[in-house]
Design a protein around this ligand. Structure first.
Ligand code: PRP
Length: 180
């Protein structure tokens, strides 16, 4: 069984992601020079993008994690559950939340509201994938990797029922995989 066989098409290749991470990391490094930002990774989907982006950053920074989840299978439940908060004090610090995908925007807006309570100096968003056509909550990332159409995507951190996160690219799952 090879998980690549469940993919109908590759939407964003590994090479394109790696290249885009370099560009975004350079931009963030320039924008946050002397600000020592805290980059926050919402678990679990953002892990691959977060690691690639952080590795390319050239300025002093720290990172931390938050656990937020709202999906069951392919459906957004609309209820965002935050079960782990960053341990780094965020007061008066510049925070960048690094997310894998913004779809309805519900997860990230709940995360932003929760982190705002800690009194950071600023909060900005970086996302690898943006599906603006699906937005239910107004939300815009300062740094975006790729704008994509409304297709259910997996890979590079994104899952279907917790699987496929380890694919090195972003792909569209064959419909028979999630209709069976
Ligand atoms: C996914 C993804 C984003 C969110 C985006 O998380 O990682 O956090 O959904 O969707 P939204 O904009 O409609 O809220 P999920 O809840 O599946 O948890 P995971 O990160 O553990 O996969």
């Amino acid at each position: 069984m090879n998980i690549n066989l469940d993919i109908e098409k590759i939407l964003v290749s590994e090479e394109a992601i790696v290249q885009r991470c370099k560009v975004l990391a350079k931009q963030i490094s320039e924008d946050y020079e002397d600000k020592k930002p805290i980059l926050i990774c919402p678990l679990k989907g953002a892990v691959s993008f977060f690691a690639h982006l952080c590795e390319q950053m050239t300025i002093p920074m720290v990172y931390d994690f938050i656990k937020a989840s709202s999906y069951a299978g392919t459906q957004s439940t609309g209820i965002v559950n935050i079960s782990y908060m960053p341990t780094t004090p965020l007061k008066d610090r510049h925070v960048i939340i690094v997310e894998d995908i913004i779809d309805t925007g519900r997860t990230l807006s709940a995360v932003v509201e929760e982190l705002k309570k800690e009194g950071p100096a600023s909060i900005e968003l970086a996302c690898l994938l943006d599906k603006p056509s699906m937005r239910k909550v107004p939300l815009e990332a300062k740094y975006t990797g790729f704008v994509i159409p409304n297709e259910f995507v997996v890979g590079f951190g994104l899952d279907y029922n917790e699987e496929y996160r380890n694919l090195p690219y972003v792909g569209v799952l064959k419909p028979e995989v999630y209709t069976k």
